[in-house]
Design a protein around this ligand. Structure first.
Ligand SMILES: N[C@@H](CCC(=O)N[C@@H](CS)C(=O)NCC(=O)O)C(=O)O
Length: 220
């Protein structure tokens, strides 16, 4: 059995794991799995029915994208996506944590109205989320290096998190506030997105995401 990546190709967290697998050249198959599944096999693998999760070659499972990419790094160390130095590796994890938990999860509150046609949030919620994002974007800027990769000279796990999620923060804030809060906060993502986007792994993720979005739009 091959390693199976469960989820779908428009999900940023799915694509974070997919990017790491492709960078490492780990063979894997993709298994479409929707969120919120009540299938006992899905619930056994991912108790909150979130995606992504993986089923290993021997049938064991793991959920949570950061846990999965750490497992990939530990079992397939080359090419390394974490620095050998323990402190530098922790700095990479620090950045990935800021992207996932402080930027993306905060912006995620806007996705319903920004991307899925749900009613607009209340003015007070919009103002609270904006305040949170503005301060978190400055905190992130303090840590992010963009020299040229997010944690320095090498492509790392922090780039797997950033490349898939930072554009969503831009798009969601633009839709909700009429202003890209990352750009307004002094972050020009374009050169970074293009740099990572030129990697074969990222090109595959982007092409698959585009095809999956087009198929979903057609179905809708
Ligand atoms: N912390 C989780 C977040 C995963 C996540 O939120 N995935 C979304 C899809 S992009 C999902 O499953 N949403 C459905 C839900 O939260 O119930 C991870 O890093 O894997």
């Amino acid at each position: 059995m091959t390693l199976a990546l469960h989820g779908f190709a428009v999900s940023n967290y799915y694509n974070k794991v997919k990017l790491a697998l492709l960078e490492k050249g780990v063979p894997f198959e993709e298994v479409y799995t929707a969120t919120g599944s009540t299938d006992p096999a899905v619930r056994a693998a991912s108790p909150l029915a979130k995606i992504p999760f993986v089923r290993l070659e021997d049938g064991r499972t793991l959920c949570e994208s950061s846990v999965i990419v750490e497992w990939i790094e530990a079992t397939h160390p080359q090419p390394a996506l974490l620095p050998a130095d323990a402190y530098e590796a922790a700095k990479v994890r620090e950045l990935a944590t800021f992207v996932d938990w402080h930027l993306e999860m905060t912006a995620r509150q806007l996705y319903g109205m920004a991307f899925f046609g749900q009613p607009a949030l209340s003015e007070s919620n919009l103002a609270r989320i904006r305040r949170d994002l503005e301060s978190r974007i400055q905190a992130f800027r303090q840590l992010a290096r963009f020299s040229p990769y997010i944690a320095g000279e090498a492509f790392t796990l922090a780039d797997c998190a950033a490349w898939v999620s930072l554009p969503l923060v831009s798009m969601a804030t633009k839709a909700a506030y009429g202003e890209d809060l990352l750009a307004a906060g002094g972050l020009d993502l374009k050169p970074y997105m293009a740099l990572v986007g030129s990697r074969p792994s990222a090109q595959k993720v982007a092409a698959d995401r585009k095809a999956a979005s087009a198929a979903a739009a057609k179905k809708a």
